[in-house]
Every structure is written in structure tokens, then in C-alpha cells.
Design a protein around this ligand. Sequence first.
Ligand code: COS
Length: 386
Amino acid sequence: MALKSDFDTYRLTDEHAMIRDAVRSLAEDKIAPRAAEIDRTAQFPYDVLEALTRAGFHATHIPEEYGGVGADSLATAIVIEEVARVCASSSLIPAVNKLGTMPVILSGSEELKKQVLPEVASGEAMFSYALSEREAGSDAAAMRTRALFDGDHWVLNGTKCWISNAGVSSHYTVMAVTDPSKGSRGISAFVVHKDDPGFSVGHHERKLGIKGSPTCEIYLENCTIPVNRIVGEPGTGFKTALTTLDHTRLTIGAQALGIAQGAIDASIAYMKTRQQFGKPIGDFQGLQFMLADMVMQTEAARQLIYAAAAKAERAEPGLTWYSAAAKAFASDVAMRVTTDAVQIFGGAGYTEDFPVERMMRDAKITQIYEGTNQINRMVIARQLLK
Ligand code: COS
């Protein structure tokens, strides 16, 4: 047996490196100059959506057979990372499209896939994911939204909350109870369209960060949808929802990673130019140690996320804990790194004149959504102790 490693497995392929270069150039050219304004105005950036769509980066994960580019999990993570490096709000375009469509990709009928995925691939449609409710956040299985079969249609009633890109998306994967006697095995998943009768969107939540991505409640009031919009069999919706999160928690890790990298890049530039005591502040060892810690932690997060993406691609059984670990680790890192970046900038870092205060606010959500980091730690421990 040859004791030689295949070192190519430990670096990005040329294709992945090319994708990174292409997204970075688009992000710096078209998105970075808009990031502060998107944050200040809290408006969804339709121009960014258009630029991402034109370049094919708005929903890279859609398979080729449904009109997409069929990028693998790693390539999609890199796209989200690079967009988040300049604008976390904009990175939710590819991230939420993936979150919303994964239930259909994983469990939907061929008919449903053909019906909805090509529109997302072409950029005509965006897709959100509706699991949480006011009283069913971490305890997602406690949801109250009901779906009843009336003989011809599914009729949904209930309110879903914290829906990212609500109002902008045309499609929503909605989890609802179809059999209350069966607990989480009585939950089913459905695709709801914005024009379905009985569907409406609430007001925009006023948030700390990711302000360019609307977060709203959605209301289902006798919302009536065709029978073929159920995703998979009745009763499989909770499993589909959690398997989806196995694939997408790592993408939130990628978003956190991008935010951290953006804060590091801004810090390095500032440390080289800002003068105090007659020299650049980068000459001071106290700040050098801070920077070294920021980079060490961020690079460790990067390795964990890329490995999680490779596991997702290979459909490995340990993906549940690994993806949760990638998300929890990277988001904790992003929070520490962006807080340290504000510290390095001093008073200037606390103002809107520099991007690091926005990055610090944007980083916070990555510790909360797609499972709080406490839930993610529980997911990790449960799977390992099982
Ligand atoms: N993939 C597939 N199935 C899974 C799964 C996974 N990763 N994790 C659990 N399941 C299955 C279990 O096997 C169980 O199935 P059976 O009843 O057939 O045995 C079922 O799902 C219920 O699992 P469990 O009993 O563990 O569910 P709980 O209600 O205790 O809680 C947690 C599960 C807390 C992990 C889940 O509710 C969760 O992740 N909450 C956070 C939700 C979240 O991330 N919200 C953010 C939404 S996006 S912003």
C-alpha cells in the first residue's frame, strides 16, 4: 500500500477556483459599492439580483436537468461566501433560493420539480422556506399551521414567521400539520405560490442586520392549492425540512465565513494605513495578535465548511452533525472576528463610515437562523450519542 496522500483532495479544483474568481470580481464590481446603501435603505437589491442572475449565481444549485447550472455544494458555498464577503443581505439571494428549493429537490415528485425548478433556474422565480412559527421556533415540530385535504385541493391555515425574502419570493415551501395525532410524523411539506388564493405577506420586521433581505410573516387563510403541490408523501414533511437543513446549515456557515473574511480584509487595509504614534497601527503587536487570531479562526471555519460541503455532495450519513458544526463554528467565529474588527478600527469602526459595524450586525443572525447555535450544538451531541 502506497503511503502517499492524494494532495489534490486538499485543495480546490481549478473549476472551484475559477468560480471564486468570477464571483469575487462580480461582487467587488457590482455589489460592494451598493452594500452600505442596501443596509441603510433596507431595500431588497433588485439590481444585485439581476447581476447575479445574469452571471448564473442566483441559484447555482439547481440541477442541469431543470435548467440550472448544477453547481455542487462546494461551488454554491463559495458563491455565497464571496457575495457575503461584500454584502450579507445579497448573499441571501442564492442562500434562500437553495433553502426554499431543497425540499423539492430532495423529496418532490418529478412533476413538481419540472413545474417549479426551471423558473428558479432562469431567475423568474425566487423560493423561500417556511418552517418557523411564533410559538414553534427551536421546537419546530410544535407548529400549528394546518393543511386539510378537501377532496380536490389542499387547504392551508396558519401563520409562518421569520420568512427570509418574503414578498420577493414567488414560491414558498410551507410545512404544515396534516395529521395532528402523529406529532412530527403528521407534518407535510407544500409548495405555495404568492398568487394562490388565501396567501398574503405581513410587514417587514425591523432588524439589526441583513436589512436588504426582507423578513416577514406569511399568512395562509384558507389558502387553496392544487393536490400535486405536496412535497413527497403526507407525513414526510418534518424529515424533509430537517434533511434540507442538513444541506443548508453549511451554507449559512459559508455566509458567516464570507462576513468574517470581509471584516479581515477591511482590517488589514486599515492596519496598514491608519497611523498612530508615528507608525501604522499594524506595527503594534497587540493588534497583530488580534489579526492572527481572526485569520486562524476564519481559516479553520473555511476548512470545516468546505469539508461539510464535500460530505453533502457525497450524501454521507454524518452530514447532520457536520453541517451543524460548520454552521455553529463559522457563525461564532464571524461574531468574534467582526467584533474584533470594530475594535481594530476604534471609534471609526463604530461609525457607518466603514463597513465593519454593518458586518458585526450582519454576523449576529448567523448564530440564530437555521437553528440557534444552542440547537445546533444539541443536534451535534444527539447524533454522536445516538
Ligand atoms: N434528517 C432527517 N430526519 C431527521 C433529522 C435529520 N437531520 N433529525 C431528526 N430527524 C427525524 C427523527 O429521526 C425523527 O423521526 P422519527 O419520528 O421517524 O423517529 C423526527 O425527525 C423527529 O426528530 P426529533 O425527535 O429529534 O425531533 P425534535 O422535535 O426533538 O427536535 C430539532 C428536532 C430540535 C433538532 C429540530 O426541531 C430543529 O432542528 N429545530 C430547529 C429548527 C430550525 O433550524 N429552525 C430554523 C428554520 S430556518 S430559519
